[in-house]
Design a protein around this ligand. Sequence first.
Ligand code: CA
Length: 229
Amino acid sequence: MANETILIVEDEADIRELIRYNMEREGFKVFEASSAEEAQAVLKRTLPDLILLDLMLPGTDGFAFCRSLRAAERTAKIPVIMVTARDEDADIVAGLEVGADDYMTKPFSARILSARVRAVLRRRTAEPEDGSDVLTRGPLEIDRTHHAVKVDGKPVVLTLSEFKTLDLFMRRPGVVFSRYQIVDAVHGEDYPVTDRSVDVQIVGLRRKLGAYSDLIETVRGVGYRMRVE
Ligand code: CA
């Protein structure tokens, strides 16, 4: 798609150049920033379709920047892919919890980066506006108004927690949710819960999806997501 814009926030000039080269070759219009502060200045002038965000930046780091993006109404919905040299689970989880849509660990291939960018942009345009009541993905249909779920056209009875979890996954297929994000979505924030109770809930949900249980994928050390068909 022509004219989609990407903001690259990366302090290492050669990596920034490399990403820029690849994104331009894919037909994107590119803005660059070498710090979160520079990125904020760019955002005052233009709103990109997606942000590629390095975590380790001088000054404000990528976590804090992502949090501030999500907190401001104007930038809250811009998809963010974290690009980081760190590949520890804890960093990935922390990034997802401040609102990143996806992550890539360096070094990465240009082809994979392009595929991830396109997937995130596609997901954004495929997402229904909030308030859409019936959502269908593959064999699954979820009806928010009536709290009803069908698998292959057949009604399936879910607990309220299972329903909310499935709703979260179906609205953002492919996005990885940490256990804490799942708990927040299901019970509201500050609900005391263990990782284990989320795992148990997922087991129950998968069982009810029957032949389609593998639509809910485990992302080791991070959380869960709905497989993209
Ligand atoms: Ca860096």
